[in-house]
Design a protein around this ligand. Structure first.
Ligand SMILES: [Zn+2]
Length: 478
């Protein structure tokens, strides 16, 4: 598999640090407001990457942090007249709710900065101890010009850089380039005791401390939005490598930004820039399809036309599943249509999907391959309906393949998509029975319902969208 590495500016063959395992760290939100649709793009992308790597057999550890102490949080809390900690807790919860509503599974580790203050202070102490950082006025700054590799990720030279942080009141930076790793607290601000007095971590140091804690030095992939390359990720590298002398992260992946002609968009569809507002108007899968329809590194235009396109793709998938499942349940004993074209389409799709994903996770190409299979399934189900007979094994395998590939891309389907029409009523009742039993922890009843479902030839799968019935078929292989 080849992945583009921002650090080397080329696609490289991927191999993990530890055989069979992949560690990924993605910069999560700074929780001072509701997240925007654009913020969700990296979360969606890295979830796809993790699922795909798992489908390849890797044991993946995806770490996505929550920045819950920061200047922006303090500023917003001041304006709203609430405690900074309270504001951060509320918006962290909203972020979890919103990304869950989008259908994203939680990362394996979701660390919060405020829960890692001692690791952060230890790192600051090491930086000061080696002379890579210095204290002034209760804050600690990193000596940028002392770190020879500075600028290697963003391709900037220190001589040509504009300083990225203003010195704070009462503090004397040695160089305008130096950035804070520890910030002295002003009265009323959230703070923790440190060797330099009460203060709080700088933004960049959190991610260095948390990624090293959960993934160790030289971990496989560090990612985030394109806008984080400089200064955030450049500074993360400097802090880590200045202490360890070894490579911080081996691969860097950055997701392109969402662009929009905001005014035009607001007029046509209203305020859907906040993820939670978007999800009031659209099926979450519309956003997923919109994101994966383009290469992750490309900028993406958020427009009504592009969303309509994604919405119509979703309908095509739903129709395809509905027709296939109807045929699987209802087709009679007539002679089945010629299965060879569908057999071939399934094999070609599986192959193309893999090739596209192996090429720097080209989800746009993978999605195009999937549509090839949709077309063939639709042709087959139409012929089967007309003939009154179908090869259940073949159609079931093709439909399961479609579902599996879409599942890797993060687009899940269940019987609710077909209004339950294609499934026998007794089965839907059993699903309901099992859910009720599970909620009241009556596992004997839940298992009995599951066994009845299995006896009817169906398998029940639990997904973020709820339980899903899948017609049991032979394994198509992978
Ligand atoms: Zn970060």
């Amino acid at each position: 598999m080849k992945l583009y590495n921002t650090l080397t500016r080329k696609k490289e063959e991927f191999f993990p640090r530890d055989e069979g395992k992949v560690g990924i760290y993605v910069c999560g939100p700074t929780v001072y407001g509701f997240i925007h649709v654009g913020n969700a793009r990296p979360y969606v992308f890295f979830a796809v990457l993790a699922r795909y790597l798992r489908s390849m057999g890797y044991d993946v550890k995806l770490v996505e942090n929550i920045t819950d102490v920061d200047d922006k949080i303090i500023e917003r809390a001041g304006k709203e007249g609430v405690a900074a900690g309270r504001l951060a807790t509320d918006y962290a919860r909203a972020y979890v709710d919103d990304t869950r509503a989008l259908g994203l599974e939680r990362p394996d580790v979701e660390p919060k900065a405020t829960e890692h203050i001692s690791e952060i202070i230890d790192l600051c102490r090491l930086l000061v101890g080696t002379g890579m950082a210095y204290e002034t006025g209760g804050s600690v700054y990193f000596r940028v010009e002392k770190f020879p590799g500075y600028g290697k990720l963003s391709g900037q030279k220190t001589g040509q850089m504009k300083h990225c942080e203003l010195a704070r009141e009462g503090e004397a930076k040695e160089s305008p380039l130096d950035f804070a790793v520890w910030k002295a607290a002003k009265p009323g601000e959230p703070s923790w005791e440190s060797p330099w007095g009460p203060g709080r971590p700088g933004w960049h140091i959190e991610c260095t401390a948390m990624s090293l804690k959960y993934l160790g030095e030289g971990f496989d992939i560090h990612g985030g939005g394109r806008d984080l390359v400089f200064p955030h990720h450049e500074n993360e590298i400097a802090q880590a490598e200045a202490v360890s002398g070894t490579e911080f992260a081996r691969g860097w992946m950055h997701v392109g930004m969402i662009t929009t002609k905001e005014e035009k968009m607001s007029k046509s569809v209203g305020n859907i820039f906040l993820l939670r507002e978007f999800l009031k108007r659209y099926d979450p899968r519309v956003l997923i399809l919109f994101f994966i329809g383009s290469h992750y590194r490309s900028p993406l235009e958020f427009s009504a036309a592009n969303l309509d396109e994604a919405a119509s793709q979703l309908e095509r998938f739903k129709n395809c599943f509905w027709k296939a499942d109807s045929v699987l349940i209802e087709a009679g004993t007539g002679a089945p249509p010629d299965g060879r074209p569908l057999e071939e389409a399934a094999a070609t799709t599986a192959e193309q999907f893999e090739a596209e994903m192996q090429d720097d996770i080209n989800t746009a190409g993978a999605l195009a391959a999937v549509f090839g299979l949709v077309k063939s399934i639709n042709e087959y189900t139409e012929q089967a309906s007309a003939a009154g007979g179908a090869d259940h094994g073949l159609l079931g395998r093709a439909r399961d393949l479609l579902e599996r590939l879409l599942g890797i891309l993060g687009v899940e389907f269940n019987e609710a998509d077909y209004g339950g029409k294609a499934l026998p009523k007794e089965l839907l009742e059993l699903v309901e029975q099992r859910e009720t039993a599970r909620r009241s922890k009556d596992y004997a009843v839940a298992d009995a319902a599951r066994d009845k479902i299995a006896a009817a030839g169906y398998e029940i799968r639990d997904t973020p969208q709820g339980p899903k019935l899948i017609k049991r078929t032979l394994d198509f292989g992978s």
